[in-house]
Design a protein around this ligand. Structure first.
Ligand code: NAD
Length: 436
């Protein structure tokens, strides 16, 4: 099959590469000329485990190409996937400017009928609008489908190749058939291909993200209560998680969710509810709890050092919004950095992948360290924001020797309280007793 994928971000690039890997001829289109030039050379603009190898192999085999020219990109492709960004607009709703620009361009330049598949996360009802817009005074009768993406950054290739399920929203059974065939190589393990209306498909994506965000805000609220009530959230997690109706997944207390999806998708759902005169009370709570949680590490640091921090140096481990990615969109680390700079502290940071992205925002205002231990030199405290594996089992003696004071504020509950006590650290974590 020849396939066009428009947008080469986390979703588009993974989609295009994985479709090429399963034997299709894929051409990816992006308006970012620099990105396209690098991709042609096999250089991935993002860090995603396993992606570079697949990218290079499929380019070499001639199955994967890149262009900035949509007309060229669509030649001979019956299937056109749209994977452009749909960021949050000023009113909280999704900003669909890129989607409309691409839709109009497809209508204006297509030389034959296309099946246009929207992979971007879009408000319920958008697919119907895409269809109407594609066919408005068009020479061809195009069809539109919805195929939301559920991949997780950091595991994107794995998730795409072995999805828990594939969801499509279609109007015609033939379109479902084409999409099922395309996804068959990825569904060998009997995971379902679920065909529904475009509206249900669009809604499925939002409901999935809202559910996951709700779990995170729920456990964070419970963790904060645990701290106030002298209970331990880790013990409570065990106590509830063994109930099979509850389980353990996605119930890890922390410093709030970030990334390009949960925050904007929760707010887009609230905006959709508002348009229908519905209050979305729970989702408002989820969003607010999350915003508050992003400040929690700074509050813990002020408990130790006071609000005025000039002369203090704080080390930060972890900048990406989660491990195994370089993505810092809406990352809790940025909220902490802003607070610390405002309070006059010097900030030294380390992240295995996201340092360059953070440098683009803060430039020389931070000290960027290649190595995690180097961050600690002369620091009054370490704040752990992202739970990269390499932070889980460090050499505490080395840490203690490098830190000016043995203080850790841990936003991911990586260490045991008893161990911290024995080692003589002051240790603040989330939803557990403070070790002094
Ligand atoms: P991104 O910002 O990483 O990438 C978007 C790409 O689209 C960019 O490369 C940009 O240059 C390109 N683009 C913008 N306008 C264009 C145009 N007119 N023509 C061609 N290219 C254009 O976004 P992303 O993270 O890949 O997300 C894409 C969509 O997928 C969003 O709707 C998002 O909500 C959804 N989604 C994202 C994830 C994720 O983990 N990132 C997961 C599931 C779904």
């Amino acid at each position: 099959m020849r396939i066009t994928v428009i947008g080469t971000g986390y979703v588009g690039l993974v989609t295009g590469t994985c479709f090429a890997e399963s034997g299709n001829d894929v051409i990816c289109v992006d308006i970012d000329a620099e990105k396209v030039a690098r991709l042609r050379e096999g250089i991935s603009p993002i860090y995603e485990p396993g992606l570079s190898e697949l990218l290079v192999r499929n380019i070499k085999e001639g199955r994967l190409q890149f262009t900035t020219d949509l007309t060229e990109g669509m030649t001979d492709s019956a299937l056109v996937f749209i994977a452009v960004g749909t960021p949050q607009g000023d009113d909280g709703a999704a900003n669909l400017n890129a989607l409309w620009a691409v839709t109009d361009q497809i209508r204006e330049t297509a030389t034959e009928p296309k099946i246009v598949v929207v992979k971007s996360t879009v408000p319920v009802g958008t697919n119907a609008k895409v269809l109407a817009r594609l066919n408005k005074e068009s020479k061809h009768v195009h069809r539109a489908a919805s195929n939301p993406e559920f991949l997780k950054e950091g595991y994107a290739i794995e998730d795409f190749m072995k999805p828990d399920r594939v969801v499509v929203g279609v109007r015609e059974p033939e379109v479902a058939k084409v999409l099922e065939e395309l996804h068959r190589p990825f569904l060998r393990t009997n995971h379902p291909f679920l065909s529904m209306t475009p509206e249900s498909s669009e809604m499925t994506k939002y409901v999935a993200n809202c559910m996951l965000a709700t779990k995170i805000s729920f456990i964070n609220e419970m963790a904060n209560l645990c701290e106030a009530l002298q209970a331990d959230i880790n013990d409570v997690r065990m106590g509830i998680g063994h109930d099979r109706r509850i389980g353990f997944q996605f119930l890890h207390p922390g410093v709030g969710y970030g990334g390009s999806c949960f925050p904007k998708d929760v707010r887009a759902m609230i905006a959709l509810a508002e348009q229908k005169g519905l209050p979305a009370q729970m989702l408002r709570g989820v969003d607010q709890i999350n915003e508050d949680q992003k400040h929690v590490l700074f509050h813990k640091l002020t408990e130790i050092f006071g609000k005025e921090m000039s002369g203090r140096t704080i080390a930060i481990w972890g900048l990406a919004f989660k491990p195994r990615t370089d993505d810092i969109r809406e990352a809790p680390s940025l909220v902490l950095i802003d607070h610390l700079l405002k309070a006059g502290a010097k900030v030294r940071v380390h992240d295995p992948e996201a340092r360059e992205n953070v440098k683009e925002i803060y430039g020389s205002r931070l000290t960027y360290c290649d190595r995690a231990y180097g961050t600690l030199e002369g620091a009054d405290a370490l704040a752990i924001v992202t739970e990269w594996n390499e932070f889980r089992n460090p050499n505490f003696d080395v840490m203690k020797a490098l830190l000016e004071r043995p203080v850790i504020v841990d936003g991911r509950n990586l260490y045991e309280l008893d161990q911290m006590r024995e080692l003589g650290f002051t240790y603040h974590s989330i939803g557990r007793a403070t070790v002094n």
